[in-house]
Design a binder for this molecule. Structure first.
Ligand SMILES: [Zn+2]
Length: 193
């Protein structure tokens, strides 16, 4: 990553070039404020670079009352951008783990997903990043992450397949190796039965 500080003016100039490249006139009224808006929305859409998602899990609770079953948070919205085309990847993540002695507040799992999603990503790496962070910080008996997402670079252009989605999964520990735990996680992640 470069240390050079990029100015908002430089970003706006770059967006004006893209508008011209698309075939429009960046000086017409409707487009005048667009470069500034794009610059601001980039700060929000790529806010993941300003975070270390591991930090979200720093505060854990050890008093789990003997709870030793899977914890699964379903349907966490995923908004990411594919690193090949910088087009949106949108979908849902299902995240679970089997705790050893520590659990985190469930909203923290969603924040970990957002922290890694709001970057330029490929879905496979995003899935592994989330699982790896939970594995490292909470040291649970196992982690499972399933992401189902639509890639605008596929649905809006190229092979043009609206409605198609990509499913990726990353399982570790007993969720990967123990048949029953794995089935249980996948059943909970799918939200059936
Ligand atoms: Zn792409």
């Amino acid at each position: 990553m470069s240390d050079r500080t990029i100015t908002q003016a430089e970003v706006e100039a770059a967006v004006r070039v893209l508008i011209e490249w698309a075939g429009d006139d960046p000086t017409r009224e409707g487009l005048l404020d667009t470069p500034a808006r794009v610059a601001r929305s980039y700060r929000e859409l790529f806010a993941g670079y300003d975070t270390n998602p591991r930090d979200y899990m720093e505060r854990t609770f050890e008093e789990v009352g003997g709870y030793d079953e899977l914890i699964v948070l379903r349907d966490i919205p995923v908004v990411s951008f594919c690193e090949h085309h910088m087009l949106p990847v949108t979908g849902k993540a299902h995240v679970g783990y089997l705790p050893t002695d520590r659990v985190v507040g469930i909203s923290k799992l969603a924040r970990v997903v957002h922290g890694y999603a709001r970057r330029l990503q490929i879905q496979e790496k995003l899935t592994a990043d989330i699982a790896g962070a939970i594995d490292e910080v909470l040291k649970p008996k196992g982690v499972g992450v399933v992401i189902e997402a639509e890639h605008a670079c596929m649905t809006l252009r190229g092979v043009n397949t609206p409605g198609s989605s990509l499913t990726t999964s990353h399982l570790t520990g007993v969720i990967r190796d123990d048949h029953r735990t794995r089935q249980e996680f996948l059943r909970l992640a799918r939200g059936v039965g």
